[in-house]
Design a protein around this ligand. Structure first.
Ligand SMILES: [Fe+2]
Length: 162
């Protein structure tokens, strides 16, 4: 369990609720960081006849993840919890696994799709927990995020099947 530094807030959410939700949000943040590094790797290392297209596609993905990472971390801060961000904590808390450093273009896409689908399934489990804790702000935030990630997962899937 990650160590949290919690502030006192009077927004109608107990410290326990805010900590439980922030732990889940930190897991999500960790998943997004792992996927972010993969997308960067793939942007740099992709080769082959689809280079230009995939190089740009991977950039689009890491830029999107970059924005999401900031939003997730700031949601944790909004709940009055400091973000325990370091690489060790990210690797401890992520649900995802690292892949080989050097993959083929198809393996790169499959790896991203696996990560996206896994993250989407996790978010789907986090939403009812936020809801049980009456944290409508997080429910709303995660609902928007899941929709966005489902769309990107579709685009990755469509690129693989091309
Ligand atoms: Fe670049």
């Amino acid at each position: 369990m990650i160590r949290l530094d919690t502030e006192n807030l009077e927004i109608g959410l107990s410290e326990k609720a805010r900590e439980q939700i922030s732990s889940l949000l930190f897991k999500l943040l960790s998943d997004e960081f792992v996927t972010y590094v993969k997308a960067r790797n793939y942007h740099w290392n992709v080769v082959g006849p689809h280079f230009k297209e995939l190089h740009e596609f991977f950039q689009k993905i890491y830029e999107e993840l970059n924005d999401e990472i900031d939003e997730i971390a700031e949601r944790i801060r909004t709940l009055g919890i400091k973000v325990p961000a370091n690489m060790k904590n990210f690797l401890n808390e992520t649900n995802l696994t690292e892949t080989d450093e050097f993959l083929s273009d198809k393996e790169m896409l499959k790896s991203l799709l696996t990560d996206y689908e896994s993250t989407i399934r996790n978010i789907r489990e986090y939403i009812p927990i936020a809801s049980q804790n009456k944290d409508e702000g997080t429910v709303n935030f995660l609902s928007g995020l899941i929709e966005k990630k489902e769309k990107t997962a579709w685009m990755i899937r469509a690129t693989i099947e091309k």
